[in-house]
Ligand binder design. Structure first.
Ligand code: CTP
Ligand code: CA
Length: 227
């Protein structure tokens, strides 16, 4: 564990963490999702709990076991995630959006299983943008509240990350290069670049998601203390 990481680091703070890949349903037996394993978000929830926070983990289906001492809220779609976050955010000190949120959802959800027929050799799905949860949160964020995002990038990690930090009015962004196979989505390891609003960046070594989560929580504690 990282030094100086104690149950007092976030004592009494209310922390919301989101995790996993949201699912956008097409019909009763099919959905669109992404490669997120949920491991990074679960590690952040565990680290915040160990740092003394009261933690709510809002999670898409992952198959991971809940970290002990953490309240779990299960969601599937981006719309459900948005409602769960926006309901709780006014009473939270910190929000960490580690969920891999679907950017598009089907315009219509079929109530019955979609059938293939003799005349549909091709099928076109019409999707619409999902709500940007962190942008909605930015609109109601109070000065004492800390918001943290994750950015999955396959190119121009720093430039894209800096733009996301500004657009979503974040206090901290953890950017990672998901084009690398050795880290990120399904791996137990990760490497992120922390980006701060003042433009300072700090790349972690490649290490376990547990240690990266602890580094993130330590930074959150420092940001909270300075507010
Ligand atoms: N996020 C969100 N609501 C969405 C999409 C993303 O709150 N509808 C959050 C994610 O949880 C993450 C951050 O925004 O913390 C950045 O997500 P990312 O997918 O990297 O960025 P997008 O803004 O969706 O942009 P793009 O996927 O086009 O790079
Ligand atoms: Ca996205």
């Amino acid at each position: 564990d990282l030094p100086l990481f104690t149950p007092q680091t976030l004592a009494g703070k209310r922390v919301i963490v989101t995790a996993g890949g949201t699912r956008e349903r097409l019909d009763p037996v099919r959905f669109l999702t992404n490669d997120s394993s949920g491991k990074m978000g679960y590690a952040v929830a565990a680290a915040a709990q160990q740092a003394g926070a009261k933690v709510t983990l809002i999670t898409a289906p992952t198959g991971l076991s809940a970290p002990s001492g953490v309240d779990i809220v299960n969601i599937q779609s981006t719309t459900e995630l948005a409602t769960a976050v926006l309901d709780r955010f006014p009473n939270a000190d910190v929000l960490v959006m580690a969920a891999a949120v679907a950017d598009f959802q089907p315009v219509t959800v079929a109530d019955q299983k979609i059938k293939k027929t003799a005349d549909n050799d091709e099928m076109v799905l019409t999707l619409k943008k999902t709500p940007d949860i962190l942008k909605q949160v930015a609109a109601i964020k109070q000065p004492h509240q800390v918001t943290v995002g994750f950015a999955a990038e396959t190119q121009a990690v720093l430039a894209n990350g800096q733009k996301k930090l500004a657009d979503k009015q974040l206090d901290l962004l953890a950017a990672n290069d998901v084009s690398r196979q050795d880290i990120g989505f399904n791996s137990d390891d990760n490497q992120v670049t922390f980006i701060m609003p003042d433009g300072v960046t700090d790349q972690t070594p490649k290490t376990s998601k547990r240690v990266i989560a602890q580094a993130l929580v330590s930074r959150v504690a420092t940001i909270l203390a300075a507010k």
